[in-house]
Design a protein around this ligand. Structure first.
Ligand code: HEC
Length: 134
């Protein structure tokens, strides 16, 4: 009886070994692929000149960020409620660092895909133009 169990165990171990190659084949050959952001929405002709805070920046942050970053107890102590609050995080570099998923920052929006390249380009352009309340 024991022999049978040992034989069975050997068989199971052997079987699991023979399955390993298929397991390896199942792994994505290029891990970068799975990390890539869906770029299907990227506007090939991204217009990133003269970006307005009220027309673009604020509505964008309202859509993707405000659910966690407003009110009396904003996540991470980071309030994005109005221009002054947002500007504080522009100056510290945390706004763009977290949205660009730079190392040393927590990736934002938390638990969601990185924002569209064109959106990030527009935000960077607005910041480079002085992050005005325009
Ligand atoms: C689902 C909730 C949620 C959403 C949506 C979200 N955040 Fe956050 N955010 C958090 C939490 C929680 C923290 C604190 C993380 C920590 O300290 O570990 C945080 C931290 C941050 C920080 C500080 C990061 C750092 O490394 O210092 C910034 C800046 C920030 N968020 C900006 C944003 C922006 C911009 C967006 C929208 C693009 C956004 N967040 C969307 C929950 C969220």
């Amino acid at each position: 009886m024991y022999k049978l169990i040992i034989l069975l165990l050997c068989y199971i171990i052997f079987e699991s070994c023979t399955h390993d190659p298929t397991f390896i084949m199942d792994v994505d050959p290029d891990p970068l692929d799975t990390m890539m952001v869906d770029t299907s929405m990227v506007d090939a002709d991204c217009m990133s000149d003269d970006i307005s805070f009220s027309d673009f920046i604020f509505p964008t942050l309202e859509t993707f960020c405000i659910s966690c970053h407003s009110g009396g107890y904003p996540s991470g102590g980071v309030s994005l409620d109005d221009y002054d609050a947002i500007f504080e995080h522009v100056e510290s570099g945390r706004l763009i660092g977290s949205m660009n998923w730079e190392s040393g920052f927590v990736n934002m929006p938390l638990g969601q895909p990185q924002l569209d390249d064109c959106i990030l380009e527009k935000i960077e352009s607005w910041i480079n133009d002085g992050a005005q309340n325009n």
